[in-house]
Design a protein around this ligand. Structure first.
Ligand code: 5GP
Length: 187
């Protein structure tokens, strides 16, 4: 083995301040899954994950929902900073299936200003879905600019930049098995 195999641990990086452990996240997701299964027991909902950040949350959530469900993904990217205030986002990967008459549960990692979700939820409603609800793991409520109703919420968090459990900083840290505040993005 080369000496590079002895590189410092990514998961115990000193630039990370743990916020929620993997166990806390799993316990909360189990509760959310039971609630969702109860609410949708008469239906066959389509879980719609928003890439990339929600991929880990969705994969755990879907296994906590004891019902017949479908899974789809969309990828969206916000325009540059000046376009952001308009709330417009660009759909990079759209749905592959029609959603008319379906019960859609959007699965998102974090709601921050709310601009992305308010655009996406309105867009989905305009396509004739029977219902559109939102499950979000994290709510950075202090920074909200657009009202977004979160039907199923994991945790409220303070105004800090968080990574892990699917959430990245410049594509790094998505693989952390817990959620942490990134202390210094430049470190
Ligand atoms: P919003 O449109 O609500 O301001 O932003 C939502 C998106 O911004 C999220 O889906 C996520 O990609 C990104 N985001 C907002 N806050 C954070 C954060 O604390 N950490 C990370 N990694 N991404 C964030």
């Amino acid at each position: 083995m080369s000496s590079s195999a002895l590189a410092a641990s990514e998961f115990s990086n000193p630039n990370l301040e743990p916020l929620f452990t993997g166990e806390q996240i799993q316990a909360r997701i189990a509760e959310m899954g039971s609630e969702i299964a109860r609410d949708y027991r008469e239906s066959n909902p389509l879980l719609l994950g928003v890439l990339k950040g929600a991929f880990i949350f969705l994969s755990d959530l879907v296994r906590a929902i004891d019902l017949k469900v479908g899974v789809e993904f969309m990828a969206i990217s916000s325009y540059g900073a000046e376009m952001r205030t308009s709330g417009e986002v660009k759909i990079v990967k759209d749905l592959d299936v029609p959603i008319e008459g379906r019960d859609i549960l959007v699965v998102e990692d974090i709601v921050d200003t709310g601009l992305t979700l308010s655009y996406l939820l309105a867009n989905l409603r305009s396509r004739g879905a029977r219902s559109v609800k939102l499950a979000a793991l994290l709510d950075k409520w202090e920074r909200r600019e657009r009202e977004v109703h979160i039907d199923y919420l994991g945790f409220k968090i303070p105004d800090a930049f968080v990574v892990g459990y699917g959430l990245d900083y410049a594509e790094r840290y998505r693989n952390l098995p817990y959620i942490a505040v990134l202390k210094d993005p430049n470190a």
